[in-house]
Design a protein around this ligand. Sequence first.
Ligand code: ADP
Ligand code: ZN
Length: 796
Amino acid sequence: MIARVSLEIALRKEFDYLVPPGLAGRVEVGSRVQVPFGPRKVLGVVTALAEESAHAKLKPIIKVIGAQTLVTPKVLKLARWIADYYCCAPEIALKSVLPEVVRREESGWRERLFVRALPVSGEFPKLPKRQQEVWNIIEERRELPLTDLLALVETTATTVRRLEDRGLVEIAPQISERDPYAREHILPSQPLALNEAQAAALRMVTTAMDPVNEFVGERVSGKSHATPNAPPLTHSPTHTFLLHGVTGSGKTEIYLQALDYCLSRGKGAIVLVPEISLTPQTVERFKARFCHGPQQTLVAVLHSHLSAGERHDEWHKIRQGRARIVIGARSAIFAPVEPLGLIIVDEEHEHTYKQEEAPRYHARDVAVVRGQMENAVVVLGSATPSLESFYNCKRGKYALLELPERVDNQKMPHVRVVDMRQAARKEKGNLIFSPQLKEAITQRLERGEQTILFLNRRGYSTSLQCPLCGYVAECPNCSLSLTYHRPEQNLRCHLCGHVEPVPAACPNEKCRNPAIRYSGLGTQRVEDTLAKLFPHARVKRMDADVMKRKDDYRRVLGDFRTGKIDILVGTQMIAKGLHFPNVTLVGIIYADLALHQPDFRAGERTFQLLTQVAGRAGRGDVEGEVFVQAFTPFHPAIQYARRHDFAGFYEQEIEFREQLKYPPVSRVALLTLKGRNEEKVKFSAEHVRRELDKLKSSGDSESGKVRKWESEKNQMKSAGEISHSPTFPPARFQDLVIAGPAPAPLLRAETFYRYQLMLRTRAMSKLSHVLAGMMTTLALPEDVTLTVDIDPVSHS
Ligand code: ADP
Ligand code: ZN
């Protein structure tokens, strides 16, 4: 017997090994094995078994790791799809489907000595006082770890050994699972009676899980490369749902009841939650419903804050089938749940579902693909769905479920947009707090209510904006904000490379403000100003710079919850699903900062951000108020967020995306070239551009322009239908748009220069394939690297 092994160290190659007689029957597809490789011993995964090999003199496998195969055939298939679609080496995709600790088998199960009471035969002996005390506890507990017992009765092991000598107890090693939630006391919860909208949504989801409606993923061969935005036609749309419900509309309760139904059908489930929302409270809500009595292990949790040992135990509980529900961040999508009935992706619009290093997969999209492969229902939930998912609903690929109201009938908070241009004109310059916001904060302090002030991620602006009229410099080709390069005093489009000088005064005819260059606002300045304006307020800042350890984050939130902080200043960190009943005011200091990022999703992000932040206010008995300060107060992203109007926002935003062929109308591949020598990087990027130009169909050499688009619209129905035979270079793309090369927004990151090219097409599976081929044949200087990011979520 021959095993084909994919090694972690050798990219894009597989090697044949002999299965020695001693391991016969233990080597399966998906087994992790140790094999000789030159003078070394390396780890790999068996990807196939065969009777014979084309190679002579094969070496035997050294050993098999783990009692069970670690990569199930289904997960293996998923990893292959990831390698194909996201244009990365199969080994890298394979590596990411197992947690490091499982892969390396660094820590196994933990064994501890347990003391167990044995049945007493005959008359119970008279024991010395100390031994009797120890026995009393053992008799009551029947079984407990030796160390726990010793701590309880404050005695030494000798006393317990005496009891063992008398034949009353047994001391033996046993596996003791590390439970990260052992110390939390969780009260069981019961299903709530659903309101009408919730019941209707749940019914759709459970119906899709019924056997008659099951979709047979393999019915049509050759469709396993289906991509989330282009599933094969055999896929009934009712197996992927988008649950669009405002914050507090009861989405989580639907998840819980759908999970219950899934378990009752004998299937397991995966729940994905963004890392930052994976708080103990979130996990407890799920454990409270499913983990009591003998069901202790039913819910497993996978996230980065677990110790290696805990992660090992949680993962194997899943693999052994004892845990049936997995809650976790991004990589939990690879959990070996079998059979899989349901995948839930909460906050599906979150960008953290995208992995920013190879393999650069998007967990939400992988979830949809896995759902199709394994015949599982997928529920994507959000208060502010991504344009991608909503677009898929409009096109009938996903089914839309809506929860338009909050469960408790509370009103959405009142959102006031403050025109900072007016305030700035009065104050003759940049200011941070408008009189309206200042007044509102003062009121809250007097009433003993709390305020959250929100400042965007970066404390400075990368765009050029006039503080008097709100004018923002934009690229004439791409409609993106131009990036302000202070040292060179110019404005650049990082997408197409357009460069123009910084204007001496505001170009707006009616404004002509000569001070346009001196805008800028830092987190530090907000804090300082706040301290001056409200010297007696208790203010705390929360962002990645200040919150170095996870304990800091918990402590500050705890202090805020218990009222020890009046004003919390923070970044995205505090925009997530936290409940603070005493917060009645939320201020967004400078909405423009998010709005004028040089990214085609800047508007979408701002809309999401404002909506999520607004959801923080008024979760208690008092109605909340939200102030949004902006220099462009009439921007659609701000106005639709003010009215809590997602559908309205979607309609106008999709029009912009249509016009410039941005996703979800097309798909993007972002190519980044990186190196220490700027000239070399630039030269290589231009070389890549020339190679890419060959991919365009003849006669369509004009760059940056979208041509023939309309006529091609119907030709690329399903990227999944395109054949995957090696096609480089003859493949041609009629709808390919290439922008760049241009310096990346952060041209120099950590002493590296970076240039980017952006490719847009509908046929992304095909393009990925071509790019993979190109990566292996392209001749680049040694110190210049090329990375490919398919469906990037940001281009910075
Ligand atoms: P979301 O996940 O959409 O933000 P949740 O599921 O957290 O909403 O629900 C918000 C609050 O309403 C929670 O405290 C939840 O327990 C409660 N809730 C949800 N559904 C119901 C219901 N049908 N009846 C009463 N309370 C409910
Ligand atoms: Zn441009």
